[in-house]
Ligand binder design. Structure first.
Ligand SMILES: [Zn+2]
Length: 82
């Protein structure tokens, strides 16, 4: 599994509220530094809205959505946290 796929899986699990504790914290920290994952998460959020309109959008954090909106086409590559 590539590095990218690993984080894509985490993105999907995050959207399903399947990340907890340290793993959740680590993923959130990664999102802070990785425009690629934020873009990926935003894309999955949009898809989720289309596919599951009847379902509340879990804990989709406002801070993340506003950050993603502010980025608009920025860095689309992975960054490994320092
Ligand atoms: Zn990433």
């Amino acid at each position: 599994m590539s590095f990218y796929d690993k984080y894509r899986v985490k993105t999907l699990r995050y959207l399903d509220n399947d990340l907890h504790g340290e793993e959740l914290d680590a993923f959130r920290n990664h999102l802070e530094t990785c425009g690629g994952c934020r873009a990926s998460l935003e894309a999955e959020l949009a898809l989720s809205l289309l596919l599951r309109r009847s379902r509340p959008l879990y804990s989709a954090p406002d801070w993340l959505r506003s950050r993603v909106s502010a980025l608009s086409g920025g860095d689309s590559r992975h960054k490994v946290a320092e």
